[in-house]
Design a protein around this ligand. Structure first.
Ligand code: F6R
Length: 368
């Protein structure tokens, strides 16, 4: 059933172009208009929303962080993201005009389920982004937007995460379309960009050997840092989480803009630091992250830079360059995460760990 792969995780990483395509399938027409038949919330209900709260645990919470940037940009609805386990026990301010978006691959995560129950008691509508048909979270939510990743067996989430990102983009664009907001004209062009992602992910997979040899080269290291900014920040957190889970190493993700506020103190010669560089755009994010790379390089860090094709501005400061296919900033996480998954799986395997069943972890966490 592993289809010739040594581990389910490797198979699931390779399935991602298909999983991303399936999650888009049937959800838009040829003009780039979204169609969400399964959205059991009426247009009037969606127009009445004045706040969105996204909840999830672990990797799903990182998908939620990316979603916040995208949904706020396209809809201009204030959007918060919070760990489900924190949300539940702080008496959160949610009510009838709040849409709670609960993200869960398994649909059985107890923390997320308790948070959903609490939100519904307060009168909020809950939309689940879920991969498992008939799961408890799917049953207890007002509406479900299914990710079509197919069964995810490996404990560490890969295709679950990428398809959560895609479902969040679809949701944000749909809300923008229904509510007719200022950025509504971006809907069709973004749908076209979403449709390019499966090929982009495939391109990265086809160059997987470069990442695997990098993992073997860095296998002696016991600490890894990951930096990103804007939507690259949750990608950094996800890269670090994958390494912790699978390779049992100390790995931390930081917001690149925070570097001078503390983390730069831990930089020492030889320390591997992965940096996700935003695409060159109209804003200044790109140059700020490039100057962060210069700063850590000047302190001897070994910089592994994920950057879009054709952008050579980082080359003088990068020890290793990982090229990403072009994509709009908001969609870049779908591409930038993939090399980090491959890296973590390879490193775990080099260290002799069980890639599919890391110690102390369970696939669905059904206790709080
Ligand atoms: C990370 C991982 C966990 C899950 C988290 C939520 O690789 O697998 O962090 O993402 O436990 O699980 P779901 O999405 O099933 O609610």
């Amino acid at each position: 059933e592993k289809g010739g792969y040594e581990w389910f995780m490797l198979k699931e990483i390779e399935e991602q172009p298909r999983a991303v395509a399936d999650t888009l399938l049937g959800r838009h027409d040829t003009q780039g208009r979204l169609m969400l038949d399964e959205m059991r919330l009426s247009d009037d209900e969606l127009r009445a929303i004045d706040k969105i709260v996204i909840i999830g645990c672990g990797t799903a919470s990182y998908a939620g962080m990316v979603a916040k940037y995208a949904i706020e940009h396209w809809t201009r609805i204030p959007c918060e993201v919070e760990l489900a386990s924190e949300f539940r026990y702080r008496d959160p301010i949610v009510g009838r005009s709040t849409l709670v978006v609960a993200i869960s691959q398994s649909g059985e995560t107890a923390d997320t389920l308790q948070a959903i129950r609490h939100a519904r008691q307060q009168g909020s509508k809950v939309l689940a982004i879920c991969n498992t048909n008939g799961s408890t979270i799917a049953r207890e939510s007002d509406a479900v937007l299914y990710t079509h990743a197919g069964p995810e067996i490996a404990v560490a989430s890969t295709k679950g995460f990428l398809t959560q990102l895609v479902a969040c983009y679809v949701l944000g664009l749909y809300l923008s379309q229904v509510r007719g907001t200022k950025y509504g004209d971006e809907v069709a062009s973004t749908v076209a960009e979403l449709e390019k992602l499966p090929a982009g992910v495939q391109e990265i997979l086809d160059r997987g050997d470069e990442i695997r040899s990098l993992a073997r080269e860095l296998a002696e290291h016991r600490t890894f840092l990951f930096l990103g900014r804007h939507v690259g920040y949750p990608v950094a957190l996800e890269g670090a989480l994958k390494l912790k889970e699978l390779a049992y190493l100390h790995a931390e993700g930081f917001a690149a803009g925070e570097l001078k506020h503390g983390p730069i103190a831990v930089i020492e010669p030889g320390l591997p630091v992965f940096v996700v560089v935003p695409p060159k755009g109209r804003d200044q994010l790109h140059e700020k992250v490039v100057s962060n790379i210069q700063e850590i390089r000047a302190r001897g860090a070994r910089t592994v830079v994920l950057v879009e094709e054709g952008d050579t501005s980082v080359d003088p400061f990068a020890d290793v360059v990982i090229r990403l296919p072009n994509a709009p900033t908001l969609l870049q996480p779908v591409l930038a995460t993939v090399p980090l998954q491959i890296f973590a799986a390879e490193l775990a395997s080099v260290l002799g760990h069980d890639v599919d069943q890391p110690r102390n972890l369970a696939k669905s966490v059904t206790v709080e």
